[in-house]
Design a protein around this ligand. Sequence first.
Ligand code: KG4
Ligand code: ZN
Length: 348
Amino acid sequence: MSEPLVLGIETSCDETGVGIVRGTTLLVDEVASSVSEHARFGGVVPEVASRAHLEAMIPTIERACQKAGVKLNDIDALAVTSGPGLAGALLVGVASAKALAVGLGKPIYGVNHLAAHVCVDQLEHGYLDQPSIALLVSGGHSSLLLVPDVTGEITPLGQTIDDAAGEAFDKVARVLGLPFPGGPFIDAAAKEGDKTAIDFPRGLTAPKDLLKHRFDFSFSGLKTAVARWVELETKNGNEVIVNNVAASFQEAVVDVLLRKAIDACLSNDVNTLVIGGGVAANSRLRQVATERCADNKITLRIPRPGLCTDNGAMVAALGSELVRQGRTASPIDFGTNSSMDIRTVIEK
Ligand code: KG4
Ligand code: ZN
């Protein structure tokens, strides 16, 4: 029997994503982003995102099916992000996926967006090692997770106590006059800068902080330190070299994320680190992760950048894994959950 064909829908933020996978083979990953509509506000506007999802949903599904050469009737199961995310945006995806499930008479899985960010790597590097440590870094979340089984058992080891890593990139970009979302622009600017130019603070890495927050992150102090530094230099009439600030800031984020991720692997005796979420697209994070994992004999798995940022393929990947593991589908009356906990992988 051939592997199941699963269609995944993602609408938790500003990307309308529709992905289709067969088993762990990616057939198509269609994304319609409303990011340009939010840029002038410096952040995602929930109502604008919901409306954009509504407009993009049917054309994106049609494009995905056409490109994959798949008819809706061929789909064996549907998966959709039910949380966490923006309530109105999630509703559009969940309502659309449910309509398809009912119309086609197929099972539907309401899944956790964060678990999907971890599971997407299966499309590139095969089944996840059990257990793995996952470093999840996106615009809304930064966590370290112990993942014995991505379909049912995820234990949070630590998370950000203030800003998420991506949020810090976006806020610092704003301070530096770079466009939204800031991550890719800081990444590009940093390539031309000196990462040792400014010694920015590494949050929650002092011995006294480690006692209580060994695997937690804090980026709010770093963001403030960058803003103060820029303010002071400007006041003193010095030229602010944006590339140097970007590179030094990025180095501080990358250093802390990886120090803690490697510590989580070593202290839990886990040999595989998987990194997911939008910030995992960062070129310096990928480079330093490769070096430090090699030094510590840890297998590193990071999907290609296009699969790190929000997309439908990651949701389809998790749906497909749930089918493979024989997990029961969600009841059709499951709701959206904007603050869905990582310990809940699927709506029951
Ligand atoms: O996972 P994602 O697409 O959406 C959320 O679930 O939040 O992550 C978006 C975040 C944004 O904050 C964006 O600035 C950041 O990922 N990001 C990056 C890069 N590409 C996207 N951050 C650093 N470097 C990048 N290359
Ligand atoms: Zn995400």
